[in-house]
Design a protein around this ligand. Structure first.
Ligand SMILES: [Zn+2]
Ligand SMILES: [Zn+2]
Length: 372
């Protein structure tokens, strides 16, 4: 069958048509016909051979980790899925170390050993193939009405996991917004999203949905596709070319949360300087190593202490974040019909996968449409 393969040795990325079609080999396995696979910065890194490891014994890795497939066959022990169901597949698989309490508890997104595997990234073939087989425990059913945006589930899980962590962290203090009987709930917390790429804009939707007054701070001057989108979902777009960090802070008020989604470390740490009282700062970007930068560490450290701040990083996601992402996609459709779909700016045939992953074609989120 056809698949998009990365050959790190010969530094090639191309469509192959002789990738063996996977078969169900255990009772709880499910076979999917892949519909769509999203492309992101991780694929770009793999394309530039900075990242990505083929499975043992294979000289190539099948690319793709942002999935949407349709069930075509189920093993005799499968109870949660049936043919015709739409499904998103989890990316990370647990390590095998008996002492890794995170993986042993099914929370491989918090793996201690780093010996986890990831489909389409690290030692397991990905989803840019005509068919995929995996265990039902790594699959999440997507309602048919979300067929057009289900492929956004995986990139949305980043924000979903982060928000779950924020809710846990903020149990440390009185955090719930006051509710006046008979009145609609007032939103009392301000969130700033750094970056207007797909992770940032999906994060903005998740934050707005869970009650934050949401600001997106990004480089490009408005109007642009990102600023139009932010306004459509009731947020405020602020450009760093017209507002410096201090002006951002003035405009927002107390910054209760920062959701960093740029991978630009200088920009990110400069914003940490204006995090508000009792604020939480979440890093999700992975910067390249560009050398030391100058930082106002005295201000940052003073604020961390005197304003009770918390900073954490977050990667990958557990089952709760996947199911939460699917629920939130449905809420997004209710709140802002068609908005999530507008993040998908292009659908391309599998033959364009290398152009999408390696060069990029502009737009917000581009998707390889594998089957119709
Ligand atoms: Zn991705
Ligand atoms: Zn582990």
């Amino acid at each position: 069958m056809k698949a998009v393969a990365v050959f790190p040795q010969s530094r090639e990325l191309r469509v192959i048509d002789d990738h063996p079609e996977p078969k169900i080999s255990a009772p709880t396995e499910v076979k999917l016909r892949m519909l769509e696979v999203g492309v992101c910065g991780t694929d770009k890194e793999i394309c530039h051979f900075d990242y990505g490891t083929p499975p043992n014994g294979s000289d190539y890795l099948v690319l793709g980790h942002e999935s949407l497939g349709e069930v075509v066959e189920i093993g005799p022990g499968v109870t949660s899925l049936k043919p015709g169901d739409l499904v998103v597949v989890m990316v990370r698989r647990p390590c095998e170390e008996p002492g890794c309490v995170a993986c042993r508890a099914g929370r491989q997104d918090f793996c201690y050993t780093g010996k986890f595997k990831e489909r389409g990234i690290n030692q397991l073939h990905g989803f840019m193939a005509e068919f995929v087989v995996d265990d039902e425990k790594y699959m999440f059913r997507v309602p048919p009405e979300l067929r057009g945006i289900g492929v956004l589930t995986e990139p949305l899980t980043i924000a979903e996991k982060a928000l779950r962590e924020v809710n846990n962290v903020q149990l440390r203090l009185p955090w719930a917004c006051p509710v006046e009987p008979g009145k609609p709930r007032e939103f009392c917390h301000n969130a700033v999203v750094l970056g207007a790429g797909p992770v940032g804009l999906l994060g903005a939707m998740a934050l707005a949905t869970s009650g934050f007054k949401t600001f997106v701070y990004s480089r490009d001057e408005k109007p642009n596709a990102g600023s139009d989108f932010v306004e459509k979902i009731g947020g405020t777009y602020i450009s760093s070319s017209t507002h410096n960090i201090e002006q951002l802070a003035e405009e927002v008020g107390n910054i209760d949360l920062v959701y960093e989604a740029t991978g630009a470390s200088k920009f990110a740490f400069d914003t940490l300087r204006v995090l508000g009282t009792n604020g939480v700062y979440i890093f999700t970007g992975v910067p390249g190593r560009k050398g030391p930068i100058e930082l106002d560490t005295d201000t940052i450290m003073r604020n961390l202490v005197l304003k009770n701040q918390v900073v954490f990083g977050s990667v990958n996601a557990g089952r709760d974040a996947y199911t939460g992402a699917i629920e939130d996609l449905a809420k997004f459709e209710q709140h802002w019909p068609g908005a999530a779909a507008s993040l998908i700016t292009g659908r391309y045939p599998i033959t364009d996968a290398s152009k999408l992953a390696c060069q990029g074609v502009g737009g917000i989120k581009n998707v390889v449409a594998i089957n119709q």
